[in-house]
Design a protein around this ligand. Structure first.
Ligand code: SF4
Ligand code: SF4
Length: 396
């Protein structure tokens, strides 16, 4: 018998956003982790951190669904937690506008929404990649953070889940500077792990009832995955997401760097998966989980991150490299992508005047995909170099 202490992950099948059903499912999952009382106490200041990327209808799967938020708040209220706030720091727009779009009241089960718009500088000398942050004031003021993330694809990190969701702790526009300072998926993932090490969220809940595939995190397609996932280990939650879509967890930078920096595990032998079904709870294996609830066609980049030695030195890598591309038929020339490009001197610009779509300078572009994430018309997607050429040829 192995004596490894495993990360416990509760997986709760749920195929509806009916509020009572989501509440019952979440409660069932938390019971497997010892109940909400394992994570918070009544006298504590609690922040429920959502994924409120932008003001989109809940059905678009851009944000944490309001039913999941309400279930969390209801459970906290029943546990006599009287100082609870909820929100996020969206990359574009305000927290208030996103919450309004979700149709949630400013006060819900005694909890209040909070704007997360004021920054506080935090030194973190123990940081392995990042030693200072400009966090939202609410992060610093809270005793306990509950991270309620969304199951989605992500152009930079391939997926966004529990590990990536903490980037919203960084206040407003300051997120853009982080992309320049940590300019690739690996180093960015290490910085995210430092945020976890610094802020230590107590509990992670993933809304995977309807996930987003394809051009995530803001412009992809909703796809039912019919699960809620709960754990105190953020990497293990993201690993279960990978298991469900038959994606190698090792190629996800937030997993591999999260492990290296000690915030969790993606190894099946180190994760105890508990399936909380209608007939009770039991341990489930990765293969059985995939067989019963998996989606092999989930649209997410699956290729290995590095090319062969020969490919790199033949220049093929440069031509193959993914890059943001504008679908000019969808572009309304709003300039949001230009405004959000964090690179000094801009890697996307109105080179042909504001009556034409912006144009990329791929030599300057660091592939942070802030432009893709923020485009309100879903006109930008990440494509491989050779595919861009092929599409152009097809169009001619
Ligand atoms: S943000 Fe999107 S719609 Fe706006 S200019 Fe850029 S590509 Fe066009
Ligand atoms: S052009 Fe887009 S992907 Fe490239 S650096 Fe600017 S925001 Fe990032």
């Amino acid at each position: 018998m192995s004596d490894i202490k495993k990360s416990r992950v509760a997986i709760i099948p749920c195929d509806t956003y009916d509020e009572d059903t989501v509440y019952e499912c979440l409660k069932k999952g938390l019971r497997e982790l010892g109940g909400i009382e394992e994570f918070v106490s009544p006298g504590e200041k609690i922040l429920v951190k959502l994924n409120l990327l932008s003001a989109a209808q809940p059905e678009r799967a851009v944000t944490t669904h309001p039913s999941v938020l309400k279930a969390v708040l209801r459970i906290l209220s029943e546990a006599d937690c009287s100082f609870v706030r909820y929100g996020d720091s969206p990359g574009y727009g305000t927290c208030e506008s996103v919450i309004k779009m979700l149709g949630v009241e400013e006060e819900c089960f005694g909890a209040k929404s909070t704007s997360m718009s004021e920054a506080v500088h935090v030194d973190f000398p123990e940081g392995m990649t990042c030693r200072e942050f400009d966090f939202c004031k609410e992060i610093v003021e809270s005793d306990a953070i509950i991270n309620v993330c969304k199951m989605k694809t992500h152009a930079l990190e391939r997926i966004t889940g529990a590990v990536k969701n903490v980037y919203g702790f960084v206040c407003g526009y300051r997120k853009a500077a982080g992309h320049v300072k940590f300019p690739n998926a690996t180093v960015f993932a290490r910085m995210l792990a430092d945020i976890h090490r610094c802020t230590k969220p107590r509990l992670h809940i993933m809304d995977g009832i309807v996930a987003m595939e394809g051009n995530g995190p803001g412009s992809g397609d909703p796809v039912p995955m019919n699960v809620l996932i709960v754990s105190r280990d953020p990497v293990a939650i993201d690993a279960v997401f990978c298991y469900l879509v038959n994606l190698d967890p090792e190629i996800i930078p937030t997993n591999s760097q999260g492990i290296r920096m000690g915030i969790g595990t993606d190894k099946e032998e180190e994760i105890e998966m508990i399936l909380c079904g209608k007939d009770g709870s039991r341990v489930i294996t990765k293969s059985e989980l995939f067989e019963k609830y998996g989606n092999p066609d989930f649209d997410v980049p699956r290729g290995k991150p590095r090319g062969t030695f020969l490919m790199r030195y033949s220049g093929l890598m440069t031509r193959l490299a993914r890059r943001p591309v504008i679908d000019t038929s969808k572009c309304v020339k709003c300039g949001i992508c230009v405004n959000h490009c964090p690179v000094p001197g801009k890697a996307v610009e109105f080179k042909n005047g504001k009556d034409n779509p912006p144009v990329y300078d791929y030599k300057k572009c660091i592939r942070c995909y802030c432009c893709q994430e923020m485009c309100p018309k879903h006109a930008i997607s990440a494509k491989h170099g050779l595919l861009i050429g092929r599409k152009r040829k097809d169009k001619r």
